[in-house]
Design a protein. Structure first.
Length: 355
């Protein structure tokens, strides 16, 4: 997103948590970098000075609702925000207030039989959308389906793929994962021309609604060798892969396990063509995105899992080409500890990363 905005000539202030090589790469690209903490209202308020358009994307975190609320409060206090682009999630399109307040048996049936409630992260996204609605800010909610780059479809699948097997607990249910690049491009379009999108929520899927046998064929094409889909029991798969990899990160683990139960039971429902209409071009297929990830050597254990999470947590995704921004991203908003001379100049677009 930062690259796209800069290439179009828009000034960008990126809010990051750590002033490291990733922050330096943003500076080299031409972005202003603000280093701060999404949970510190003084940092959030300072980062917004001179900004008119906000893109908000935070990693999976038990403090997600706190961070959205602080950002909304700071934006309201400033009073001149033109658009607040909020990365939400596709589940909000069918895990609605009406559905989630129905009797438990009805909820469980609607969600595929294996769950009856939101994960803590899904609940946080629901609350975040309510907070932004109550705030009166000119908000656009981007409800993307599971990303192609999601750990469930990338590094958690790697070990079985090395044996020519795609082992996932999704039965014969069909899914339409979405490419992070497509969502990033849409967010840039909204930031640069917000008026047609204000007060809307977009429910977005990838281009191909198909079962895991079809995705096994995609993996085979990318890897250049046969791959067979082997269905697994949902709870056995969660115990083997999620609990093992994410034992130190219970919030993230619980969200991924809720997703597998939702998808494995067939409750992850529906598909739309909104993204293709909004982009004015075909959506990127999964196979092409996985080919790009593999070409850049990014199918590996992501950096956030090799060390402790930051205070706000960190979403686990495959590293995008060049280490730059994709959606979802891991990071926090940025300004250097020594503000630049033009830090108060109006910035029509502002990108947030949570590191």
């Amino acid at each position: 997103m930062v690259d796209m905005l800069l290439e179009q000539g828009h000034p960008v202030r990126a809010f990051v948590r750590q002033d490291d090589e990733r922050a330096q790469s943003l500076r080299r690209a031409g972005a202003e970098v603000f280093v701060g903490d999404l949970l510190t209202i003084a940092d959030v308020t300072a980062a917004l000075k001179g900004v008119r358009r906000i893109y908000f994307s935070m990693s999976l975190s038990p403090y997600y609702t706190d961070a959205v609320s602080l950002m909304a409060a700071a934006a309201r206090a400033q009073g001149d925000i033109e658009v607040f682009v909020n990365i939400s999630e596709y589940e909000q399109s069918f895990m609605t207030f009406e559905k989630m307040t129905a009797p438990e048996e009805e909820r469980r049936a609607w969600l595929g039989g294996l769950i009856a409630d939101w994960s803590p992260q899904q609940r946080a996204h629901w609350v975040a959308e309510q907070v932004l609605d109550w705030s009166g800010l000119p908000t656009v909610n981007i409800r993307g389906a599971m990303f192609v780059e999601n750990p469930l479809m990338t590094w958690l699948a790697l070990e079985p793929l090395s044996r020519g097997e795609l082992r996932l607990p999704f039965g014969d249910h069909r899914l339409a994962p979405i490419a992070g690049y497509d969502v990033a491009e849409l967010c840039v379009k909204i930031l640069t021309d917000p008026e047609p999108h204000l007060s809307k929520s977009y429910d977005l899927n990838g281009p191909e609604l198909k079962d895991m046998h079809g995705y096994a064929e995609d993996y085979a094409a990318v890897l250049g060798r046969p791959v067979t889909y082997v269905p697994e029991d949902v709870e056995a798969w969660n115990e083997t892969y999620v609990d093992t990899a994410l034992a130190a990160f219970p919030h993230t683990a619980e969200h991924l396990k809720t997703l597998t139960r939702l998808m494995g039971g067939g409750g992850y429902r529906g598909a739309t063509h909104q993204l293709e209409t909004l982009l004015g071009r075909p959506r990127k297929p999964c196979g092409g995105r996985w080919r790009t990830i593999r070409a850049f050597g990014s199918w590996r254990l992501p950096e956030p899992l090799s060390g402790p999470f930051g205070q706000c947590g960190s979403r686990t995704t495959a590293t995008p080409p060049g280490g730059m921004v994709t959606v979802p991203v891991t990071g926090v908003p940025v300004r250097s500890s020594t503000p630049s001379a033009d830090a108060t100049a109006p910035l029509p677009a502002w990108s947030m990363r949570n590191r």
